[in-house]
Design a protein around this ligand. Structure first.
Ligand SMILES: [Zn+2]
Length: 180
């Protein structure tokens, strides 16, 4: 079975901008391409798990999300880094049409992590969830993963809300250095 690091996107990989979907608004948090490269070199699978309720709310489309992820992949490629799997939840209970679901993939629920574990043969007990929000930490714990809160994004605000069983690190690069 494989070991994986599950990464939140907004506030963990890129600078938090509300309902980000435009390529030109995307900005890496410093050190992130290096962090992902270190995970790649260590043979740890990198799985991005991101809530994108902006789709359900009609702010942008799934195509916009996928286009942005292609852009991020291209930028990472310039640094010799890559994400193995991109997963996102487009749902929201008060969203529109077919996206208006109480799904099991929206964090803090662990559906995306569990789906990835089944599809890619990931050992969740030997894997890690890293994010800037308590919803990320709760999803990681519910899936049985080790959890690390980063102080980027909303992390500095959420730091006092996580239990002592969650590690806290300044940013993704310092978090990854705890693992490799
Ligand atoms: Zn969902």
């Amino acid at each position: 079975m494989k070991r994986a690091v599950f990464l939140d996107r907004d506030g963990t990989i890129n600078i938090e901008k509300e309902y980000l979907y435009r390529v030109q608004d995307f900005e890496f948090i410093p050190g992130v391409p290096e962090a992902i490269r270190l995970l790649n070199q260590a043979g740890i699978m990198v799985v991005v798990v991101t809530n994108q309720s902006g789709v359900a709310r009609g702010y942008y489309t799934e195509e916009d999300v996928e286009n942005l992820h292609r852009h991020i992949s291209g930028e990472l490629g310039h640094h010799g880094a890559h994400v193995d799997v991109w997963l996102y939840c487009p749902h929201h209970p008060s969203g529109r049409g077919s996206y208006a679901l109480p799904c099991n993939c929206r964090k803090p629920l662990p559906g995306m992590l569990q789906e990835a574990a089944v599809t890619y043969d990931i050992d969740l007990g030997n894997s890690v969830m890293i994010g800037d929000k308590t919803a990320d930490i709760e999803a990681g714990k519910a899936a049985g993963c080790r959890t690390i809160l980063v102080r980027t994004g909303y992390g500095a605000d959420d730091e006092h809300r996580v239990g002592s069983d969650t590690e806290v690190s300044d940013n993704l690069l310092t978090a990854v250095k705890l693992l490799v």
